[in-house]
Design a protein around this ligand. Structure first.
Ligand SMILES: Cc1cc2nc3c(=O)[nH]c(=O)nc-3n(C[C@H](O)[C@H](O)[C@H](O)COP(=O)(O)OP(=O)(O)OC[C@H]3O[C@@H](n4cnc5c(N)ncnc54)[C@H](O)[C@@H]3O)c2cc1C
Ligand code: SF4
Length: 537
């Protein structure tokens, strides 16, 4: 090698078909450093540099980066470790196994909105659709202006995005795996001049089995349990599963211990200098508040955005078999400036049966047409804000859909109906109460309807903001480095710190902020040599 300093342009990273199927090679550590909570009776005491609570999008990246940076790390996870090979692809079995409360968390408000969460090693990334978007630059600009997060520029975040995208193998869905709903919707959108395309996802070796939300049976989806966690193990971190953190102990403004309850009824006490709370937007406020932390501003548990979503379906003449292919594989972003994003969604027939509107004979008729039915989602960048609190041992989520957001759903559904009709749909069914089945390309019964929040049938998958970041301690829970105001060594790394609704799916934002936090704690400069993707999500 020649002496002197050589400068190399970072290699570019393929995001085409090859990257989607080959990726960077699945990583298998020599040792699985897993301790199951049902083996921990009595009191167990361990000492580490960093205790990370939660193994989802926010927890796993910070644990892996800290372990690789030389810290001793314990990861506490309330859920269990699951082998991909045990996943049955049946929603009824998998929701009970992999979802918190079997997927039955629902907001209290108008309308009630189901808000499912994962509970396992991998957190909600284990049961998500795998769609990947970087934080939109306009959102980062808003955070700089409104919350004083001046360092969060697209340029400063770029090395962290690149690193995350490489770790979880982000690449664009190839057309042959995208499924029939995506094909028809993109055809219809093109006819109407609406911009869109195939989504970016974290998958490798995907065969389009269509059940991402119920645990990927092939292990193709690159959730944090098969990416970051094994890397963390290889660097010496240990994951304690079936272990629920109950409180964080701090004295004199400094963290000393995390105290957790094991599935065997024992106590795990983790002595640490850094405690990183990554329980997710709906559970982190409870742990902080039970620990007497983060409550000074009165913002803890408030400012909840959920990015509500709904789906229209359309019946065609041809057989589509909508359950084959990647369920969420395409998007239309033509209305993003209005806060409306369209993303594909489909699932196995039993899930379709649950989510199909209508009842009795109407439901039967729609199910008989299931093979010929396409569906697609509308997501709304919400104006409304909710709260989360604990009551009688339960998580209570208060959220009312804002009437402006109901109007966005009406507008989005009308555009989607036009798209379906342009693609040749015979009829379109929208989940807005009082709107009849649309036929013959006529959307007037929808556009002329008086839609109020109570008429909207929605779900939500992207809760954010309940321990938001900001430089003003009176308006935020954590500072720009995600440290809980006033307590040294206590950090939050999950969706709760994201200070506003993103308008896009959040996992890459959460993982990139987690990676940035780890580099900050290690005192390292941002990673410089991550490969440049050939296209950006
Ligand atoms: C069906 C579905 C589809 C989705 N699709 C997408 C998508 O396509 N793209 C995208 O970007 N996002 C998607 N999301 C959202 C995305 O997965 C989440 O935003 C992200 O995983 C949140 O990361 P987090 O770290 O905040 O929480 P989580 O990933 O939920 O991780 C929190 C973890 O902490 C654990 N935990 C909680 N309390 C404790 C405690 N006291 N002690 C120990 N452990 C605890 C939980 O069991 C959980 O495993 C989807 C979500 C759902 C439900
Ligand atoms: S479509 Fe099937 S194979 Fe592909 S990531 Fe989803 S569950 Fe896995």
């Amino acid at each position: 090698m020649s002496a002197g300093t050589a400068t190399h342009a970072p290699p570019s990273r393929d995001t085409g078909d090859a990257a989607y199927t080959d990726g960077t090679g699945t990583f298998h550590p020599l040792e699985r450093r897993l301790v199951a909570g049902h083996t921990l009776a009595g009191e167990t005491v361990i000492s580490v540099d960093a205790c990370v609570i939660g193994s989802g999008a926010g927890g796993a990246p910070v644990a892996k980066e800290l372990a690789e940076g030389g810290m001793s790390v314990a990861i506490l996870e309330a859920g269990d470790w699951h082998e991909s090979s045990t996943f049955t692809a049946r929603p009824r079995d998998m929701m009970a196994r992999l979802y918190r409360d079997a997927g039955q968390l629902v907001t209290v408000g108008v309308p009630p909105i189901p808000l499912p969460l994962g509970r396992a090693v991998g957190g909600t990334t284990l049961i998500n659709s795998g769609t990947c978007f970087r934080t939109p630059p306009a959102i980062l600009a808003r955070w700089r202006d409104e919350f004083g997060l001046h360092e969060l520029t697209p340029q400063a975040m770029d090395p962290f995005f690149r690193r995350v995208e490489r770790e979880v193998n982000v690449s664009r869905v190839p057309a042959h795996l995208a499924g029939s709903s995506a094909r028809l919707v993109l055809e219809g959108a093109a006819k109407l001049g609406l911009s869109g395309g195939h989504l970016f996802r974290n998958a490798k070796g995907c065969v389009g089995s269509g059940v991402c939300a119920f645990g990927c049976p092939t292990g193709a989806k690159q959730h944090t349990g098969v990416t970051y966690i094994p890397r963390a193990w290889a660097a010496g971190a240990t994951t304690y599963t079936g272990v629920r953190a109950q409180r964080i102990v701090h004295h004199g403004g400094r963290v000393t211990d995390v105290v957790a309850r094991s599935a065997a009824g024992g106590t795990l006490r983790v002595r640490c200098t850094h405690a990183i709370v990554a329980c997710g937007t709906l559970l982190t406020p409870h742990l902080l508040s039970a620990s007497g932390a983060g409550g000074a501003s009165g913002q803890l548990g408030r400012n909840l955005s959920i990015h509500p979503a709904s789906a229209a379906r359309a019946v065609f003449d041809e057989d589509l078999d909508p359950w084959t292919g990647v369920p969420q594989s395409a998007y239309i972003d033509a209305l993003q400036d209005e806060g409306i994003m369209f993303e594909g969604i489909s699932g196995p027939p039993d899930q379709a049966a649950i989510s199909t509107p209508r009842s009795g004979a109407g439901h039967r008729e729609l199910m008989l047409a299931a093979r010929r039915t396409a569906s697609f989602g509308v997501m709304v960048h919400d104006t409304g804000r909710g709260t989360v609190r604990r009551h009688l041992g339960q998580t209570v989520i208060r959220y009312d859909l804002h009437r402006d957001d109901a109007a966005r759903f009406q507008r989005g559904m009308a555009v989607l109906a036009d798209v379906f009709f342009a693609a040749g749909a015979r009829e379109v069914i929208v989940p807005l109460a009082g709107v009849p089945t649309l036929t013959g390309g006529d959307t007037a019964p929808l556009t002329g309807a008086h839609i109020r929040p109570r008429h909207v049938s929605a779900m939500a998958f992207h809760p954010l903001g309940t321990a938001r970041a900001g430089t003003d301690p009176a308006q935020s829970v954590v500072d720009a480095d995600l440290r809980v105001h006033g307590i040294d060594g206590l950090y939050v790394s999950d969706g709760s710190v994201v200070p506003s609704s993103l308008g896009v799916n959040p996992q890459i934002t959460i993982m990139a902020l987690a990676t940035r936090l780890a580099y900050h704690l290690l005192g390292q400069a941002p990673p410089e040599h991550e490969p440049v993707p050939t296209a950006i999500a």
